[in-house]
Write a new protein. Structure first.
Lengths: 232, 363
């Protein structure tokens, strides 16, 4: 075996990791923007509680999050049962469930980054857009969102990186199923549990480092591009 | 064109303004905190009045009795902010067309090329706002507001953030806008120079109220409004017409009802109507016309009123052939001359004291 080509098992784990993390980030992004907007711009009763709930996965052990998801979204759980009865959809022990577990764990990081940059947007520019004939929604899409693009990018990359490294919630909620839920960290963990798996585990470590590093570099490159565009 | 009757309580401060103004430039003048910006923001729909009515160009934008309160985007106004507020993520071109694109094509009455030409911003179209100077930013901002084909252009101290040279460059543009694009302007300012140069109607704001509304010449010539127009600004504003130039000596002659004024040469064609301010402290009074004197303007006048002012000063209003000219003399001079209404005197004015900033082309 050539040192630089990946084994089918490694490909499978890498592919699953990217698929799960990609869907976790893209699927939760609209909600992330919505929550960040609520927290940055609106005052409502129970805001502190809402803020707390969003941040909970950041401070809870991931196993707790995974167990909670299993209870709620498992086929006999209150939400999971309903999904199964009405749509025939199962989340537990599938890659979709892994994506949800990753999304929940990564959500607070994403919301924090977007919220911060929303708070820094000059409201005067939004007022200017309003006087120029844009309603609130169009103002948000054409002025606010482009202005928070750097924060959005940071949020997405942070979320993606957190999803890639997600282990505890995933293994609790969707277990370790080859080809379905065995992402890079889970495959790595499995290899460390069998005798003689050290070399293969090291290879997975290197793959993880390369993917994470590539994500960071891409984010740095994109955020420079965005900054340069603003400066003209 | 503009009918306002609005009330709004802001903490301890109450804004209560009733005014109507015609076409051209209506200037809201007052100290900071006098409520000028609150008024313009209520017209724009960014602040909500507690009660009242706002009507612009026949369209009711706000009426608390009828329950009308149009959102800012539905008012079709152009707002030029003090800090320009250009969108940093768009090019100059993108900024200019931002509002224009929201207006249906058949309702656009102001052409892109015209605006770009008048404001002289054609060479900036591809740039980003961060690469523009303060004056350029403000021009683009004015263009952006105009291209939205607004019912009225709202300008909130658009020149306040610029240095005096940029101000001098931009002032004539703004003066032209109202006429060239047939758009009334509501102009907020605390600079009497700008007001004098631009406004057709002046609104003196004080403590949240419109203390006086009327033509600039009239309001600035009223002694009772002095506390609002400012001590330094004290002076008569008169209408005149450019009558001729004398290049040999670098002077121009202006005709007005009281005779001919000689001033430092102005670059305006003969026949141009102008408005000029003669500061009260620049006008001296002589009972007999002095025979040999450097002052170029010796105008026969009749004393109209004499009033003691604060600080050992005396305010004298002179009737100069139907035009009021103010003079401010020391109490000591008044004791010496003993001026009384009806007395025939001469008003003496140095040609040099009428500077370019005191004169506005009203063509």
């Amino acid at each position: 075996m050539d040192m630089f080509s990946l084994t089918p098992l490694e490909w499978e784990a890498l592919h699953l990791s990217l698929l799960v993390s990609g869907w976790a980030v893209l699927g939760s992004l609209p909600f992330g923007i919505g929550c960040a907007w609520l927290l940055a711009r609106r005052d409502f009763p129970g805001k502190a509680l809402f803020d707390g709930i969003i941040h909970l996965p950041l401070v809870l052990p991931p196993v707790v999050v995974g167990y909670f998801l299993l209870v709620m979204l498992g086929r006999r759980g209150p939400i999971g049962g309903w999904l199964w009865d009405w749509f025939g959809v199962t989340l537990a022990f599938t890659w979709k469930g892994a994506a949800i577990a990753s999304a929940v764990v990564a959500f607070p990081l994403m919301v924090r980054a977007i919220r911060l940059s929303l708070e820094n947007v000059d409201r005067g520019l939004e007022q200017a857009a309003r006087t120029l004939g844009c309603g609130p929604l169009r103002t948000f899409l054409t002025v606010t969102l482009p202005l928070v693009a750097p924060g959005l990018l940071t949020g997405v990359i942070l979320g993606f990186a957190r999803s890639l490294s997600e282990f505890g919630a995933t293994i609790t909620f969707v277990s370790n199923i080859p080809g379905e839920t065995r992402t890079l960290p889970i495959a790595l963990y499995a290899l460390t549990q069998v005798p003689g798996g050290d070399a293969a585990a090291l290879r997975l470590c290197i793959i993880s480092v390369v993917v994470a590093f590539a994500a960071l570099l891409a984010s740095e490159f994109l955020s420079r591009r965005v900054q340069a565009r603003m400066r003209g | 064109m503009l009918d306002l009757s609005i009330r709004r309580q802001q903490g301890d401060f109450r804004v209560e303004v009733d005014l109507s103004a015609g076409a051209g430039v209506t200037a809201l003048f007052g100290r900071s905190g006098s409520g000028k910006s609150s008024v313009i923001n209520m017209v724009a729909g960014l602040y909500r009045p507690d009660s009242g009515r706002i009507k612009v160009d026949g369209k009711v934008l706000f009426d608390s009795n009828l329950g009308i309160d149009l959102a800012p985007e539905r008012r079709r106004l152009g707002y030029v902010f003090q800090d320009a507020r250009l969108f940093p993520h768009l090019s100059v071109n993108g900024n200019l067309t931002f509002g224009m694109n929201r207006v249906p094509v058949h309702e656009r009455r102001i052409g892109f090329d015209d605006v770009v030409e008048v404001l002289g911003i054609g060479h900036l179209l591809d740039r980003r706002p961060t690469k523009l100077s303060g004056g350029e930013k403000q021009r683009v901002s004015i263009g952006r507001a105009l291209l939205a084909s607004p019912r009225i252009l709202l300008m909130d101290e658009p020149l306040a953030a610029l240095d005096s040279q940029r101000k001098a460059e931009l002032l004539p543009f703004i003066g032209k806008l109202a006429r060239q694009f047939a758009t009334p302007i509501l102009y907020v300012s605390h600079s009497m120079d700008e007001v004098l140069r631009l406004s057709d109607t002046l609104v003196l704001m004080d403590g949240g109220r419109a203390a006086a509304v009327g033509p600039v010449e009239e309001l600035l010539s009223r002694t009772d409004l002095r506390p609002l127009t400012g001590r330094y600004e004290a002076g008569a504003v008169i209408r005149a017409t450019v009558a001729g130039h004398d290049s040999t000596y670098g002077i121009s002659r202006l005709n007005f009802t009281g005779g001919t004024l000689v001033v430092a040469k102005v670059e305006l064609p003969v026949g141009t109507p102008v408005r000029l301010r003669i500061h009260a402290r620049d006008v001296s009074i002589a009972i007999d016309a002095p025979p040999r004197i450097s002052m170029r303007n010796v105008l026969p006048a009749v004393v109209k009123s004499v009033r003691a002012a604060e600080g050992w000063l005396t305010d004298v209003v002179l009737d100069c052939g139907g035009t009021d000219i103010w003079s401010q003399v020391t109490a000591h001079a008044q004791a010496h001359l003993n001026l009384v209404p009806g007395m025939r005197v001469n008003a003496l004015i140095k040609a040099l004291t009428i500077a370019r900033g005191d004169m506005a082309d009203r063509a």
